[in-house]
Design a protein around this ligand. Structure first.
Ligand code: 4GP
Length: 826
């Protein structure tokens, strides 16, 4: 009998996708997996029963996926190496991919259960900081949907991104124990565990053929155990795997110590080993000295490469064709040590000649850069690096020696150039430049938006771009329209499908433009507005429940959700809010269309200024929301613990999306795209992917303000003086004075002094320079919002014209320009 999801006549309890079959499967799981009946089951038991039922229906595609990679000799698969995969809640997206929402809903209803409530109750794995980790997850979704064989390799952190709670307006971090109640989506594959070494020393020896070889004798060994999570493509037929490594002790228990009575020592090794995958590091904090972080990076990279080599050997393919089996993508510099590790495995481990090994290595790797902030480019002090990875440091020196030889041959006498390009920064303390290692070891280097790639080529990596221009290319980011429209905004999705059919879900770029035909249709416009209002009401209900803040669903929802960082300029936004508040106070009777300004996002725990900005936003909110003169026309709210799940409620409810980083600082942004495809109109600077989004939607459908990247450079070159802006713009001057005078801190003039002083005397991200232009833009936004038909048209066109920003398009670009892989589907 044929089996598998989609075959409605099949009655296997693990594959049947009819409502009665699903009902039976859920009941079976409840009974046999959780040891419960519907009478005794908790919400968690129901969730588990449903999750296992859905997972069963993914296993056919999953097993076929693994067979595909391990059996097909001529297949090139992507190995996506990323220290972060922010995958978000799994149940809803897997149900969507399998297309079983309706029968499952029906089945659960007969058991007195609500599918949406079960989906909403999932605790998501927070295995990423923000954009970079979420991008990796969108790419996994697109690769599975397009039929690109891929393995995502990462770290199975025991504690993910911290949970943010707010106490008295301050961010307080709590550990994210995402595994506390188990994670039904993963399968632990003990048989593929590998040992990873750390520390120790190296020695040379002569091999049987009389060749000089090097051996690394690590001081310590840790077991890397793979946890596999299926990533199923839309349609449910193609499945890839996300393989996350967790660290265990090679010997969990030292019986010697135990029998001599030292119980603590008996388990010490276990505890030390497990710390490697214990916790995700927050970004936006200095890397210096975080030896554990380098340990994590090497740990997952080494385990992943050895896993790939195992596949290569299983296929019976010779090692010098390794690059034909795997295209290895380095997601930022976090996995860059892979370049040295693959060389070590090939040269030391398999006795390959250096030149051949280098040719294979550079054909395997490609590197994506995600940041223009110089402080975010990883550098490891040589001493720290050599202590942990002595053999890798030697290999990096050798790579560097050969590389600089080429540089000197091409540019004789230019020692300055050699020093700038070197993999080693000679300034004290000497350090290894991971971005340089990634560039030298890769055949392709890409930025994540056109402007970003341009700035990489002309500024951050100018010398490399001059040396090897052919390596540099751009792949503008994208987001998956499955999770960030079909799943998170079911009302809008149904409305779109009713007009243009369902093909947009996996052919977004090709299909979504058809919506443009309805942009001025009054009936369609009314339906569109009705949906937005319902989405806003849903978010309001949540805000009321969790924050006690009443948001008026008829107000314009103006939203900024993202990591809190000075370059993203949440403080520019709050200055605008203060200015609007002052205007109301000056003339409480004047007309003011209702506006709800919403914020959300986490600050790195050690980032003093960002945490103070969160506090300022809360204090401003408290004053404004409680002021009878405002009368609810202006409301401010901070949505705590912003994560994928919260995003899925926020994006569909926004009218205005705030993308206000200083031009030249945001590599791309992807929140901008998530808002846009849900019909929010962007208020933004010409930064990152905003530039391309504006080109696509048309300048009349985008609210632009602020300096351009070249203007930023120009103003700085001429000596930027923020105080001059505060002195000449009374609105700005007053907003700053209000903060400084304690208007939002019960008279306390100290608490926000660091913010005000920083803005007046430094203002690295030029908040004050862009303020007037931002306020002018604000007036245009309010005017547009009052013209309902015009604004609805803008909103529809934002969705219809953003087809390019599907991650499917990005993945096709990678396949064509970097990986040389032809997607099997679509
Ligand atoms: C982010 C960038 O800041 C953001 O502009 C970009 O859209 C995203 O990567 C994906 O490319 N970087 C990070 C990080 O999240 O940790 O460096």
């Amino acid at each position: 009998m044929p089996k598998g999801p989609g075959n409605k006549s099949c009655h296997n309890v693990r594959t049947d996708c009819t409502a009665p079959g699903l009902r039976q499967a859920v009941l079976d799981n409840l009974y046999y997996v959780s040891g419960n009946t519907p009478v005794t089951a908790s919400a968690q038991d129901w969730y588990d029963a449903v999750a296992y039922c859905v997972r069963d229906r993914m296993l056919k595609a999953w097993n076929e996926g693994i067979e595909r990679i391990t059996k097909a000799l001529d297949l090139r698969a992507v190995a996506y190496l990323s220290a972060e995969f922010l995958i978000g809640p799994q149940l809803g997206s897997n149900v969507l991919a399998l297309g079983i929402a309706e029968p499952l809903r029906e089945a659960l209803a007969t058991l007195g259960q609500d599918l949406d409530a079960i989906v909403d109750g999932e605790h998501e794995p927070g295995l990423g900081n923000g954009g970079l980790g979420r991008l990796a997850a969108c790419y996994m979704d697109s690769m599975a949907t397009l039929g690109v064989p891929a393995i995502g390799y990462g770290i199975h952190y025991e504690f993910g991104m911290f949970t943010q709670t707010i106490r008295d307006g301050w961010q307080v971090e709590m550990a994210d124990k995402w595994l506390r109640q188990g994670f039904p989506w993963e399968i632990v594959q003990h048989e593929f565990a590998v040992e990873v070494g750390l520390g120790g020393s190296t020695e040379t020896f002569l091999d049987a053929g009389g060749r000089l070889r090097v051996r690394w004798n690590p001081e310590k060994r840790i077991l890397a155990v793979p946890h596999d999570i299926p990533v199923i493509g839309y349609g449910g037929t193609f499945c890839n795997v996300l393989r996350l490594w967790s660290a265990e002790a090679v010997d969990a228990f030292d019986f010697g110590s135990f029998s001599s009575g030292d119980y603590g020592k008996a388990v010490e090794e276990k505890i030390l080993s497990e710390t490697i995958s214990k916790v995700l590091y927050p970004n936006d904090e200095p890397y210096q000295g975080k030896v554990l972080r380098l340990g994590q990076q090497y740990f997952f990279v080494s385990a992943s490469l050895r896993d790939m080599l195992r596949v290569q050997q299983m296929l019976g393919k010779p090692l010098d064709t390794f690059h034909t089996t795997f295209a290895i993508q380095l997601n930022d510099t976090h996995p860059a040590v892979a370049v040295a590790e693959l060389m070590r495995l090939l040269v030391d481990g398999h006795g390959m000649e250096w030149e051949r090994a280098w040719a294979v290595t550079t054909k395997c790797f490609s590197y994506t850069n995600h940041t223009l902030l110089p402080e975010a480019l990883e550098k490891w002090p040589v001493e720290l690096f050599g202590g942990l990875l002595p053999r890798h440091l030697e290999i990096i020196y050798e790579i560097n020696r050969r590389f600089l030889e080429e540089v000197r041959a091409a540019y004789p006498g230019d020692e300055g150039l050699a020093a700038r390009l070197s993999l080693i920064d000679e300034a004290s303390p000497r350090s290894v430049r991971m971005a340089h290692l990634a560039v030298v070891g890769s055949h392709a280097v890409n930025g994540v938006a056109a402007l970003h790639t341009e700035l990489l080529k002309t500024h951050v990596m100018q010398d490399f771009a001059a040396l090897t221009p052919q390596k540099f290319c751009n792949v503008t980011n994208g987001v998956t329209p499955r999770r960030f429209l079909a799943l998170c905004n079911p009302r809008l999705a149904a409305c779109i499908t009713s007009r243009i059919g369902p093909a947009w879900i996996n052919r977004f770029e090709e299909e979504i433009g058809k919506l443009e035909a309805f942009a001025d249709d009054p009936g369609f416009q009314a339906q569109w507005r009705g949906i937005k209002r319902e989405n806003k009401a849903a978010l309001s209900a949540l805000a009321e429940k969790h924050l006690g803040v009443a948001l008026n669903p008829d107000a314009v929802f103006d939203v900024q959700v993202k990591r809190v960082h000075e370059y993203k300029r949440q403080h520019l936004n709050i200055l605008r809010v203060i200015a609007l508040y002052s205007a109301i106070k000056r003339d409480p009777g004047a007309e003011f269309s209702p506006l709800a300004v919403l914020f959300g996002g986490k600050a790195a725990p050690g980032y003093f200024m960002a945490k103070r900005v969160i506090k300022l936003i809360h204090n401003v909110a408290q004053v404004i929301n409680g002021d009878p003169d405002v009368g609810g026309r202006l409301t401010v709210a901070y949505i705590p613990n912003f994560n994928v799940r919260v995003g899925q409620v926020v994006y569909p409810a926004a009218d205005i999306s705030q993308q206000i980083s200083l031009a030249g600082k945001e590599a791309s942004g992807t929140g901008n795209m998530k808002f846009g495809i849900n019909g929010a109109v962007t208020m933004g600077t010409l930064d990152g992917a905003n530039v391309e989004m504006r080109q696509c939607v048309g300048e009349e459908n985008f609210f632009l303000f602020g300096l351009t990247a070249p203007e930023v450079v120009e103003v700085k070159r001429n000596g930027y003086d923020p105080r001059a802006y505060a002195a000449t713009d009374p609105v700005l001057g007053q907003a700053l004075d209000m903060i400084a005078s304690g208007a939002f801190s019960a008279g306390d003039r100290e608490i926000f002094r660091p913010i005000v002083d920083n803005l007046l005397y430094q203002d690295e991200y030029m908040v004050l320079a862009d303020f007037a232009s931002y306020m002018h833009c604000q007036a245009l936004v309010m005017e547009a919002c009052r013209d309902t038909a015009r604004f609805t048209r803008m909103s529809i066109l934002n969705v219809a014209r953003l087809g390019k920003f599907s991650s499917d398009r990005s993945i096709r670009d990678y396949c064509r320009d970097i990986w040389n892989i032809t997607p099997e589907l679509g």
